[in-house]
Design a protein around this ligand. Structure first.
Ligand SMILES: Cc1cc2nc3c(=O)[nH]c(=O)nc-3n(C[C@H](O)[C@H](O)[C@H](O)COP(=O)(O)OP(=O)(O)OC[C@H]3O[C@@H](n4cnc5c(N)ncnc54)[C@H](O)[C@@H]3O)c2cc1C
Length: 407
């Protein structure tokens, strides 16, 4: 028997504080959203299929994004960024994802995971040294946590940092490093040599130009083909003490805060991809004839559309809630887990239904819905798999009656 009792209708009470909630877009956010739409129409939509086909994001896209202040835009203006709040950044990710998840996801990783960790935990000197490069100067950053033996169980990582007189020597191999081929800066996680496998995790800023950093191989992926994802080897990389990020032993907190940030943005990317898919589905249904009329007049097709609309609008409101918590300085960890989980499920379901509306045409290589279908699958894996998100949501629910559960 549990020591505490709880009414089931109370389970989510700590997540919902109805006072002072305001999810409306400010005039500035509305104006920015229009600017984002213009940028995406001009520079992303025309090259989206090409990015997928050639597995490369044209550098002009990065250059134009940088010029507009879209690279790591949550970084404050004093460090070269645009000072966007979480909701504004989510709107940008949503717009980009409507046309290219291959661009939106690496962009989220650059902003929230890598650059965001330097903003979150860097010293003043580190912020001044690195943030202007990763915003105004158009350099790209990567986040190197995962290893062959440490995926969901990231705490099992084996990369080691050996303390030396003036810093650390890092040895280890990181897998699934998104942006690796483009990055000049890596945020790398390692345990201190001698701490053993249960040692605490530490974060370091490693530069691509440092001796001993090598790119091993690029992943050939089902979707997100424009994302440059690689295995990266760190072999006797001498990292000066000035590149240690945060206190020794504080790496796990850096990882968790980075994941909280990126989860809202990944959900927003899922929202954008879902909206685009639904748009394609509605247009297709309105012009494709079967049995004497268009598909739009078939009830089963209408049901598909209705289900997609309901899922998309529920996701949008949950994202707005999580972003509002983040913007108002409140704890958004639980809603971030929920939106990340919902986002992947909704995008997968909407892409599947819209592909079905397209019939055989949706299964053709080169069709936009086929690309979306492949791309959205990644959203259930990166930034916390569905199962890890489910665990985190269940853990917070059980915690309310004093029951501790482990992954
Ligand atoms: C497109 C893409 C981009 C990525 N980008 C990056 C990046 O930039 N940087 C980086 O460090 N990593 C990155 N990753 C790695 C990603 O974080 C890992 O793939 C993810 O953490 C899962 O780890 P894994 O693949 O080793 O799966 P595993 O951990 O081996 O899991 C395999 C399966 O078992 C399930 N599982 C594991 N533990 C449990 C449990 N306790 N209970 C129930 N089920 C469980 C998982 O949910 C999954 O379904 C990326 C991955 C992808 C696909």
């Amino acid at each position: 028997m549990c020591a505490k009792t709880i009414k089931t209708d109370n389970l989510l009470a700590p997540l919902y504080n109805p006072s002072n909630m305001d999810f409306s877009l400010s005039p500035d956010q509305q104006q920015k959203r229009e600017e984002f739409k213009t940028f995406v129409q001009q520079y992303v939509a025309p090259v989206a299929a090409q990015i997928d086909r050639t597995r490369r994001v044209p550098l002009t896209v990065v250059r134009h994004a940088t010029k507009r202040g879209y690279l790591a835009p949550t970084v404050p203006i004093e460090y070269g960024g645009s000072g966007y709040d979480m909701l504004t950044f989510s709107l940008l990710a949503e717009e980009i994802a409507k046309h290219s998840l291959s661009l939106a996801i690496p962009f989220a990783i650059h902003t929230c995971l890598a650059t965001g960790s330097i903003l979150d935990s860097g010293s003043e000197a580190q912020k001044r040294q690195f943030l202007p490069r990763l915003t105004a100067r158009g350099e790209i950053a990567a986040f190197a946590l995962t290893e062959a033996g440490a995926g969901s169980d990231a705490g099992a990582l084996a990369t080691q940092a050996a303390p030396v007189a003036d810093g650390f020597v890092i040895n280890g191999t990181k897998t699934w490093v998104c942006n690796a081929g483009l990055a000049s800066v890596f945020v790398v996680f390692a345990k201190l040599q001698g701490d053993g496998k249960h040692g605490r995790i530490n974060a370091f800023i490693v530069e691509r130009k440092m001796a001993g950093v090598s790119l091993i191989e690029r992943e050939e992926t089902l979707g997100l083909r424009g994302a440059d994802i690689r295995t990266v080897q760190f072999e006797n990389v001498h990292v000066p003490a000035s590149h240690q990020l945060g206190e020794i032993g504080s790496g796990w907190g850096i990882v968790m805060r980075a994941f909280n940030r990126v989860r809202i943005v990944l959900a927003s990317a899922a929202l954008g991809a879902s909206e685009r898919a639904l748009d394609l589905g509605i247009r297709y249904a309105a012009q494709r004839n079967a049995f004497g009329t268009t598909l739009a007049h078939k009830q089963r097709i209408q049901n598909f559309v209705a289900e997609c609309v309901a899922e998309i609008e529920s996701l949008r409101q949950t994202i707005r809630y999580a972003a509002w918590l983040a913007n108002t300085g409140q704890d958004f960890g639980v809603p971030a887990n929920i939106v990340k989980y919902l986002g992947g499920r909704v995008a997968g379901d909407v892409a599947d239904k819209v592909l079905q509306i397209h019939g055989g045409a949706g299964y053709r290589e080169g069709e936009e819905i086929a690309r979306i279908y492949r791309d959205v699958r990644a959203l259930r894996l990166l930034g916390g798999t569905d199962e890890i998100q489910q665990f985190a949501i269940a853990r917070d629910a059980f915690r309310q009656i004093g029951v501790k559960i482990d992954p």
